[in-house]
Design a protein around this ligand. Structure first.
Ligand code: AMP
Ligand code: ZN
Length: 140
């Protein structure tokens, strides 16, 4: 937990989130300003600033969760594909310095806009209810 880190505040329950998935290693929740419906962030529960600050074991664990969560999102939304976005450093567009992977569902013919949509709380709430899952819910 880092006091100045909004993602640590989410982990700590001080800031609310639209949760998609949680286990001992990661928390996944909807991006508050999504590039597309179902845009999800996967973060480790341990505060590390980015890929280079993470040990290989943690990174491997987080990536395995990213795969599992991405599969769940694609299947649940019937998406045609997805992008993984992972920014390191201010110059690369990183704005929150707690390691996170973006999972951005994609549909054929819909271009990806890197201009985030203004988060619509009702829409995010409905999407989180649709996407939320737990281990053992048939997702490997
Ligand atoms: P990055 O630019 O890769 O650092 O991405 C940070 C992302 O975190 C952005 O897409 C923000 O919209 C998202 N974000 C910031 N604060 C929150 C929050 N409280 N809940 C959900 N997403 C957030
Ligand atoms: Zn943090």
């Amino acid at each position: 937990m880092r006091n100045d880190c909004v993602f640590c505040a989410i982990l700590d329950g001080e800031v609310p989130c639209f949760k998609v998935y949680e286990d001992d290693t990661v928390l996944a929740y909807l991006d508050i300003n999504p590039f597309a419906d179902g845009h999800t962030l996967v973060i480790p529960k341990k505060h590390v600033t980015g890929i280079l600050a993470s040990d290989d074991e943690l990174l491997a664990q987080v990536v395995s969760r990213v795969k599992k969560i991405a599969r769940h999102i694609v299947e649940t939304l019937g998406a045609d594909g997805f992008n993984i976005l992972q920014n390191n450093g201010e110059a690369a567009g990183q704005s929150v310095f707690h390691l996170h992977f973006h999972i951005i569902p994609r549909r054929k013919g819909e271009p990806l806009s890197f201009t985030p949509a203004k988060g619509d709380l009702g829409r995010l709430e409905r999407m989180a209810a649709r996407l939320h899952f737990e281990d053992g819910a048939g997702v490997l």
